[in-house]
Design a protein around this ligand. Structure first.
Ligand SMILES: NC(=O)C1=CN([C@@H]2O[C@H](COP(=O)(O)OP(=O)(O)OC[C@H]3O[C@@H](n4cnc5c(N)ncnc54)[C@H](OP(=O)(O)O)[C@@H]3O)[C@@H](O)[C@H]2O)C=CC1
Ligand SMILES: O=C(O)C(=O)[C@@H](O)[C@H](O)C(=O)CO
Length: 283
């Protein structure tokens, strides 16, 4: 039997990343932030996913300090906000993020959303930030095929991670296959569909069959699909529950049952920026 701590993915640049991480979007109460990160760390989470936009990089920095463990014991992702895209703005904002996080480097730096205009300049900044050691790996978020193909026309190195909304209502199989073919790890955001899909009968049935919760069934499905995934919870009991998915298996038949839930439906907002971009650079 493995545990959350045993499962790491090797990225195309050779860096290792925990397959399961902990998302901190909307974890905004600074009074409980440190305690929440401590709970997650104690339960075996080693990847913490923040963003400039979340406004909690400084809280995460404080929480990491208070863990009092070696830098190699955790993996930190942050994302450059739309308003900080462009060469110099991206560089300056990442230096600011590092100050808030109280770190010399992040493990993974992501472009949060693809936007027009500063698309290539932002990526050039990412390549330079990596060369300068301010991040170990560079990746993107909310990039579809068209963005990745367009990026490939000028990039010196390609993203090693693409973080996407992905859960049983939005299984993104073609995009995941595309990423796999291009040695890009797909990382699922809102992996639990923000808790809104637990009532699906296919999930309920499997939960009953294995004596697990709907959240655990969904996360096991992501795990078996080979994705990285970063559920968020503000509750210690759920944080523990979400990490406790390594002592049971789903059969091939169960996986087909899970796959059948897909409706290509987004839980979060429509990525308008993505669509604008697609109009300008059609397939
Ligand atoms: N790159 C991007 O554009 C985006 C990235 N992200 C990242 O992905 C992370 C995860 O996505 P997120 O949007 O938070 O959605 P999730 O799918 O992780 O769902 C979080 C919600 O589910 C609830 N929940 C968590 N575990 C359980 C459980 N075991 N039982 C019942 N309810 C549960 C939480 O409630 P509670 O907290 O009350 O327990 C919360 O309301 C974010 O925190 C962020 O780091 C998110 C959105 C966009
Ligand atoms: O959480 C993130 O990383 C986001 O980009 C959010 O803005 C997310 O897209 C959202 O849910 C907005 O309602």
């Amino acid at each position: 039997m493995t545990t959350i701590q045993d499962n790491w993915l090797t990225l195309a640049d050779g860096q290792k990343m925990p397959q399961q991480g902990f998302g901190v979007y909307k974890l905004t109460d600074p009074t409980v932030f440190t305690q929440t990160i401590q709970s997650a760390y104690d339960d075996g989470y080693r990847l913490f996913d923040t963003a400039q936009m979340y406004g909690n990089e400084a809280d995460l920095g404080k929480a990491l300090k208070s863990l009092n463990v070696d830098r190699d014991d955790y993996f930190i992702t942050t994302k450059v906000a739309e308003s900080n895209q462009g060469y110099q703005k991206a560089i300056d904002s990442v230096k600011e993020s590092l100050k808030k996080l109280q770190l010399d480097y992040v493990n993974l730096l992501l472009v949060h959303w693809p936007i027009n205009g500063s698309f290539f300049e932002t990526w050039r900044a990412f390549e330079d930030l990596k060369k300068d050691g301010l991040t170990k790996s560079i990746g993107v978020s909310n990039y579809g095929m068209v963005h990745l193909q367009y990026l490939a026309t000028q990039a010196s190195e390609m993203p090693v991670v693409d973080q996407l909304e992905c859960h049983p209502w939005l299984s993104e199989k073609p995009m995941i296959d595309f990423n796999k073919q291009h040695h890009i790890v797909t990382q699922a955001w809102a992996p639990l569909g923000r808790g809104r899909i637990f009532e699906e009968s296919a999930i309920q049935e499997l939960a009953q069959k294995y004596g697990k919760t709907p959240a655990q069934i969904i996360l096991r499905w992501h795990f078996l699909n080979g994705l990285s995934f970063i559920p968020k919870s503000a509750h210690a009991s759920r944080i523990k529950e979400n990490a406790d998915i390594y002592d049971f298996a789903l059969t091939d038949q169960d996986m087909v049952q899970m796959d059948s839930i897909n409706k290509n439906v987004r839980i979060s907002q429509e990525p308008e920026l993505v669509y604008e971009f697609n109009q300008q650079y059609p397939h």
